[in-house]
Design a protein around this ligand. Structure first.
Ligand SMILES: Nc1ncnc2c1ncn2[C@@H]1O[C@H](COP(=O)(O)OP(=O)(O)O)[C@@H](O)[C@H]1O
Ligand SMILES: [Mg+2]
Length: 311
């Protein structure tokens, strides 16, 4: 296990954005995306890091980018430390052995894009906020409209939709993103682009869902982010990780209840036992919970890629 990284600082390099999980540095035409070991639950970043989490997210995103590059191009330029070290030196950064050790395995050099303000959510199974919203709907003739899409009535929690749904969300600067309809997405980015986002998102999901299912993982839902580069649609951010998706254990899958999931299940279950009000600051996690969670992230990586996480 490598050191737990909760925050990073690269002297001499400006930050582009500090996300909940990623520290992103500005290299002009490119960005350096550093996945830390931070974990957020209920949209609050917890003070305890999860060992290896940043390396799993980074390696898994790289894995899927390679597998899906014929469906849609992505922003990845390089992950090797020779290329990254050279870019940093060009930017005037003193590249020390400590810096290399900090970044290695958790860092991606990517092309800077204009990120589109729509989160592209695809749902193959009914859960999360969609399950919450679904339960408030009243149907006619055997169907209800969920985010303007006709779906059967009487579905149980965790049940698979007849076909995956594209349910975009508007990016919120703070707090929760809000679910919007496909026509609202078209108002935000234009109808041609909205159509492309929907088609590419569904295609990516279909590919990944069948790939993962063969390896015992159900991808219940997932979120993609896209950017534009010279007018071309590019997949950005992270893709098909336990943070951006609901990964379920296929072996024990049974609709009608909450499923065993691959990500923050232990953390959420633990947090539900506390009196914490789910606002900042979050509580420390016991080491046992952090370790079990790390085990789940590593297992997702191992199952999907068939490899151990690179050292
Ligand atoms: N190629 C790119 N160009 C511009 N912005 C990007 C690119 N890739 C990722 N981003 C942005 O970097 C951030 C990644 O950090 P993350 O921790 O995932 O943030 P968040 O808390 O918003 O989920 C996101 O805001 C994402 O939109
Ligand atoms: Mg993110």
């Amino acid at each position: 296990m490598s050191q737990i990284v909760l925050q990073t600082d690269i002297p001499g390099l400006p930050k582009f954005i500090t996300g909940k999980v990623r520290d992103v540095y500005d290299l002009g035409m490119e960005l350096l995306v550093v996945a830390t070991d931070r974990l957020s639950a209920f949209d609050v970043v917890l003070p305890t890091g999860i060992p290896d989490k940043g390396r799993v997210l980074s390696a898994l995103t790289t894995f899927w980018f390679d597998k899906t590059k014929d469906i849609v191009p992505n922003h990845l330029v390089a992950t090797d430390m020779d290329t990254i070290g050279a870019r940093l030196r060009d930017a005037g950064v003193a590249v020390t052995a400590d810096l290399i050790a900090l970044l290695e395995g958790r860092t991606q050099l990517v092309r800077k894009c204009e990120a589109l303000p729509v989160e592209c959510v695809v749902r193959g199974y009914l859960d999360g906020s969609a399950w919450k919203d679904y339960q408030t709907l009243f149907g006619h003739g055997g169907e209800v409209k969920l985010y303007d899409i006709l779906v059967p009535i009487g579905l149980r929690q965790g049940e698979q939709f007849p076909a995956p749904l594209f349910t975009p969300a508007a990016k919120a600067h703070t707090g929760h993103d809000t679910n919007i309809t496909a026509s609202q997405a078209a108002e935000i980015v234009g109808s041609d682009l909205a159509k492309q986002l929907e088609e590419k998102s569904i295609e990516l999901y279909d590919f990944a869902q069948s790939y993962a299912a063969e390896r015992g993982i159900l991808i219940a839902d997932t979120k993609f982010e896209f950017g534009l580069l010279d007018g071309q649609l590019i997949l950005i951010d992270e893709a098909l990780t336990p943070d951006s998706s609901r990964f379920w254990e296929a072996r024990t899958y049974k609709p009608g209840k909450a499923q065993a999931s691959f990500d923050k299940q232990f953390v959420r279950d633990y947090l539900e036992t506390l009196a914490w009000d789910k606002t900042y600051p979050g509580p420390e996690l016991p080491q046992e919970i952090a370790e079990k969670t790390a085990g789940k992230y590593r297992e997702a990586y191992r199952r999907l890629t068939g490899q151990e996480l690179p050292r």
